[in-house]
Every structure is written in structure tokens, then in C-alpha cells.
Design a protein around this ligand. Sequence first.
Ligand code: GDP
Length: 298
Amino acid sequence: NRLKNGLSKTKDGFINKVTSLFSTHGKIDDELFEELEEILIQADVGINTAMELIEGLEERVEEDELKEPEELTEVFKEELSALLKEEDGQLDLKAGQNIIIVVGVNGAGKTTTIAKIARRFKEDGKKVLMAAADTFRAAAIDQLKVWGDRLGINVIAQSEGSDAAAVAFDAVQAARARDIDLLIVDTAGRLHTQKNLMEELKKVKRVIEREAGDFNIQVLLVLDATTGQNAMSQAKLFNEAVHVDGIALTKLDGTAKGGIVIGIKNELGIPIKLIGVGEAAEDLQDFNAKKFIEALFI
Ligand code: GDP
């Protein structure tokens, strides 16, 4: 099971610590909740979410008159599930023509994610087009073209250094002219010039909205889970700039801090649509809260 394998570090470094705390701690007391808090924070659940989870547990202890710490395992699982419930997010297209603008810092896994989405919808019989609006790096343009060749999908591109918004403009015109079902727009992710980057992304989005008023437009943010709280602050910045509709959280296989899945949902309210649990194509999966929890607890 790829999901289970991909989440094994989080299972060992987070969930198993919690369940072993519950099975070894003598009684339900303040000390137990303090230790739990520490584990939650270490797993990148985020402080607010950690507090919420603990308060939830304390309430359940009272309501259900729990005496044995072991009983908390099931309750903890239920509380986690409750936090993730609405997040059972699949990346869906709406009726009509769609545009997915993919944003995120370089190295997070944007290209991999784009290729995966492109392949999926092509296999579903959709007419797909890609746009190389990361005009900052020649390599990014080339990489997208390589994927385009491999998947048999056209790529709208200009030369390195051209205006990203102009590429987006061309791409929307092409999508219209060719009656495309899904246009996927790659964007720049250089981090050292964050302010300019956000301005550029805003402009790209503005042009797309203006030119493609009748298309369904969504912004997908790709985040590297191994960057922990950094990923959280990136999410806030991108969300402020371009309003993020969904998140692809990659590289969960590389971290024990998978608690970030819960933190993102709870603190930012942005649905997680895809998770990456390895480098193979099958490892980028639709996020399913129930399967996610099961993989961690079984
Ligand atoms: P971009 O710079 O954002 O376009 O990032 P890429 O798509 O090129 O990905 C950067 C690297 O991360 C590549 O080597 C990918 O194979 C790797 N990668 C992407 N997603 C995952 C994942 O879920 N797990 C692991 N282990 N590696 C991943």
C-alpha cells in the first residue's frame, strides 16, 4: 500500500508516539496532555490546532467519563477525523472549460503535479493544454515541453524572460480557439524575490480572469510538506496574493511531521486536494481524509 508506506515516517514519528503515550502513561492527567501537546507541536500540527485537539480530548474525557489513557487512542482518532472531515478533496473540473493555475515555490513539486493532473484528465478524455508561464527559468519551460511531448499535450510557451502574463494571455486565447477542456498554467516560484513573485502571480491571475471570464478558474498551491511551518507561512502568503482554492501537499514520505495536513486544513481552511507520498506517478494521490487516517492508525 503506497499511501501507508509513504506515511510511515509520520506514523512512527507522530501517531505511534501518541498511542504509546496513551498506553504507557498511568492515568489521564495534566502531564499526559502536556506530553501530548509537545508531540503535536513537533508533528507540525500547529499551536492552535494542538490546543483545539487537546481541548476536544479533555471534553470527551469528561463527557464519556474516561478513566484509562488507552481509551484515548480511539477518541484521538475520532477527533483527528473530525478536523479533516470536509477535506475529502478530489481535484475536480467543473462543467464547461477549466483553468488550473498552479503556484508554489521552486522545488516543491509543481512540474510533477502538473504532469500528473494533465495525464489524469487526458486519460479521462479531456482536451488538455499547458502553459509555461514560469518564464523566469529556461529549464522550467523545457521541462514542461518534455512533459508535453511525453503526454501528447500541447504547451503554450514563449522564450525565457518574456512576460508571464503575456504567456497566460496567449494560452487563454489558444484554449478558447481550440475548445480546450482544461488549461493548466505553470507559474514561477522563485523565492528570493518574493514580493515581485506575488505581484507577477497577481497579474497572471488578473489577465486570466479578464480573458477567460466564462472559464472555471482555480488556483492550486503546491507545498513541500518537509518544509513544515515554512509551508504554512508560504500558504498564507500565496493565499493573500491570489486566493488559493486547493493544496497539493508533496513529499509527505520525507517527513515525520505529517501533522501539517491537519494544521493546514484547520488553520488556513484551504482544502488539501492531492498528497504526494513518493516520487512515482502513482504516489501523487487524491487526498482522502478517511484513508489518510486509516493509513496512520492501522
Ligand atoms: P518544481 O521545481 O516545483 O517544478 O518541482 P519538481 O516537480 O521538479 O519536483 C522537485 C523534486 O521533488 C523532483 O525530484 C520530484 O521527483 C520530487 N518530488 C515531487 N513530489 C514528491 C513526493 O511526493 N515525494 C518525494 N519523495 N519526492 C517528490
